[in-house]
Design a protein around this ligand. Structure first.
Ligand SMILES: [Mn+2]
Length: 386
């Protein structure tokens, strides 16, 4: 630590952080008014062309939470996943894979210079998720065997506990994202399963009186308390529509696995939900329409302010083979990046995003899922600050 008097009433501190690998200068002006200034990190020490340093934050970038324009909230939660587990480790796997992402993005050159920072992963949230997940598994296997939860006192108690946990997570995400928005940060959320962004969408609805959601997904996620879980990953958009009147439009893209109940909700939504089914998009393309014209139609359905909810299973499962509920079909990553580019060029305001259902392919978590997730995340971050 360097400490120096620079004048009668001014004290300069210079702190070197080993963990972050850069200097922080603090200037305290004692008179006439007390004033504390923190200067930006010394970017002259950072080489964007070099290897990503593990000691830095996401994408190997050296920004603290205070310095970053965009802050990412990791939510390691997967209590209600219906099929395969692993997405609670999504944030750490994406964080690790993000070290390999090169920083030049032709869509938004130098976007990273605005500063991206991922908050530390909350271990208590993850432990709670692991515990409640075990309870959920008991319930799901009981139901799969044809049993009813209501007839089993122990499972009924567990269901209550799971729904309480879902509410706790919702409130925690709401509180965390609200406080970041109040500090003037742009915010992105990294799941976890698709139930995780509900508290964030609520926080945004307290700041923006109306906006639309662009959902990239294989599933409609419009089920009512799927498997009895009020905060199910399969019920996220139903819950959002029910509880967030500020969401004027939900535009779904890539949907290819849904039930009668969900189709009815779409059809009876009076245009509030517009769904671009994977089947219809592909048919239009087979018959000669361009992806560009489909994208333009998708964008035209959205209002000025847009939130992106990106379920990785919207992509072709070759890019996310270990996601919880993969479905054949879907998109190349570049197809969706192209959609985002046109969205940006249309002048829409991106007010927030989530990326969810990214799971690890192996024990070390460095499979293609995390690699795809890291690239998608970088693209979303860049468009957020564009
Ligand atoms: Mn989903």
């Amino acid at each position: 630590m360097h400490f120096a008097w620079t004048g009668e009433n001014v004290v300069d501190f210079c702190l070197y952080s080993k963990t972050l690998g850069y200097y922080i200068e603090i200037r305290v002006d004692c008179c006439p008014h007390f004033l504390l200034l923190c200067t930006m990190s010394d970017m002259s020490q950072f080489d964007p062309n070099s290897v990503g340093l593990k000691s830095n934050n996401i994408f190997g970038l050296p920004f603290s939470e205070e310095e970053a324009a965009l802050v990412l909230l990791p939510v390691p939660w997967e209590v209600t996943v219906s099929y395969r587990i692993g997405t609670a480790r999504g944030p750490e796997n994406i964080f690790n894979a993000a070290m390999q992402v090169d920083l030049y993005d032709p869509d938004v050159a130098d976007g990273w210079k605005n500063g991206f920072h991922m908050l530390p992963i909350d271990k208590n949230i993850r432990t709670k998720s692991d515990y409640l997940r075990q309870c959920a598994e008991l319930i799901i296997s009981h139901m799969v065997e044809g049993g009813a939860v209501a007839d089993n006192a122990q499972l009924s108690d567990k269901l209550i506990e799971i729904n309480k946990g879902g509410k706790m997570l919702h409130d925690w995400v709401h509180e965390m994202t609200s406080s970041l928005l109040k500090k003037g940060k742009k915010v992105g959320l990294v799941g976890g399963d698709h139930s995780t962004p509900m508290g964030f969408i609520k926080a945004l609805s307290e700041v923006h009186s109306e906006f639309g959601i662009l959902q990239i997904d294989a599933h409609a996620d419009l089920r009512v308390a799927y498997e009895g879980f009020v905060y199910s990953h399969a019920s996220i958009m139903y819950n959002v529509l029910e509880n967030t009147p500020q969401v004027k439009k939900l535009v779904q893209v890539g949907i290819r696995d849904y039930c009668d109940e969900e189709l009815e909700i779409i059809q009876q939504s009076e245009g509030r939900v517009v769904t671009y089914f994977d089947r219809d998009i592909k048919a239009r393309q087979y018959e000669g329409e361009t992806w560009k014209s489909v994208c333009q139609e998708i964008i035209a359905a959205l209002p000025q302010k847009v939130y992106i909810s990106f379920d990785i299973d919207g992509l072709d499962p070759k890019l996310c083979p270990n996601t919880g509920t993969p479905v054949p079909g879907g998109f190349e990553a570049e197809q969706i990046f192209y959609l985002f580019r046109l969205l940006h060029e249309s002048g829409r305001d991106l007010i927030g995003f989530d990326l969810n259902e990214v799971s690890s392919g192996n024990h070390s978590g460095d499979g293609i899922d995390a690699i795809t997730g890291a690239r998608v995340l970088f693209k979303l971050c860049n468009f957020m600050v564009a």
